[in-house]
Design a protein around this ligand. Structure first.
Ligand SMILES: [Zn+2]
Ligand SMILES: [Zn+2]
Length: 120
């Protein structure tokens, strides 16, 4: 698998999406809601794991919803992007390898949107 680097990264707050144009000109459009729901940080992964174990999705749904508004973004080295949400959650580091692998476009995933990470 070739590791793709982004050529351009744009956050469209109005459309609530992050668009990455890759070096091979492929465009990936990620919904901010999806990015937040798939936050790869240890805390969020643990929360999702616990929720899955308890099969208590209602509990998650009834709690305060995490922010899906982006306050800022910064590159981490040349391999990832760190997103900061308006509720100050900023521990999620989204690697380009994973982002590209889970590109939600129908060309990459005709079967539908996949999670960023497999949650064990
Ligand atoms: Zn997180
Ligand atoms: Zn794609």
């Amino acid at each position: 698998m070739t590791i793709q680097k982004p050529r351009d990264i744009a956050i469209d707050r109005a459309a609530s999406q992050l668009t990455i144009t890759w070096a091979d000109n492929h465009r990936s459009e990620y919904a901010l809601r999806w990015l937040r729901a798939n936050c790869p940080c240890a805390t969020c992964r643990e929360e999702r794991r616990t929720a899955a174990l308890e099969t208590d999705f209602l509990k998650l749904a009834s709690g305060p919803l995490p922010s899906t508004q982006i306050a800022g973004a910064e590159l981490v080295g040349n391999y990832a992007i760190r997103l900061r949400w308006t509720d100050n959650h900023d521990t999620g580091i989204y690697t380009f390898v994973l982002l590209r692998a889970s590109c939600p476009c129908p060309q990459c995933h005709p079967e539908g949107v996949v999670p960023l990470l497999p949650d064990e």
